[in-house]
Design a protein around this ligand. Sequence first.
Ligand SMILES: Cc1cc2nc3c(=O)[nH]c(=O)nc-3n(C[C@H](O)[C@H](O)[C@H](O)COP(=O)(O)O)c2cc1C
Length: 145
Amino acid sequence: MSDFPSPTKPLRVLAISGSLRRSSTNTAALEALALLAPENVKVLLYRNLAKLPPFNPDDDLEDRPKPEPVETLRALVNASDALVIAAPEYAHGLPGALKNALDWLVASETFCRQAHRAYQHVAPRFPRAGGLARDPVHDGRAPHA
Ligand SMILES: Cc1cc2nc3c(=O)[nH]c(=O)nc-3n(C[C@H](O)[C@H](O)[C@H](O)COP(=O)(O)O)c2cc1C
């Protein structure tokens, strides 16, 4: 894992929007990030949040195959140098679909080793939501403004 992109090896960024809304501002922000990223930063927008099954530790046993969308998401995380997550705040917490993805990911070693995580909340009408900029994974709970 590298801290900075080099001219020879682009930084691979996996972008996850926590909103399933068709006209999501968070997804739009990540699409803009992908478009505006410099040449040596490759941003891949993950679009299958809604396809992940509800997290169940019984389906996450070491010696058993995982549900296909989970394997795919973990493979994408493994292949990335950095994650960028942009999410709305719902009822003072993370959107359920994003929390579900995080539940699947925290059980995977690579995600916990990821050095770079960024949280961005796009909610112009709800300034109080800035509290989401904290780390919901390491806090172990949804942050409050
Ligand atoms: C059911 C619901 C609950 C919400 N709860 C909060 C909240 O607790 N705090 C907040 O700041 N915004 C809240 N919002 C506003 C969204 O976070 C905000 O509209 C956000 O920009 C939507 O992101 P999107 O455009 O990516 O879908 C809520 C919106 C909905 C629909």
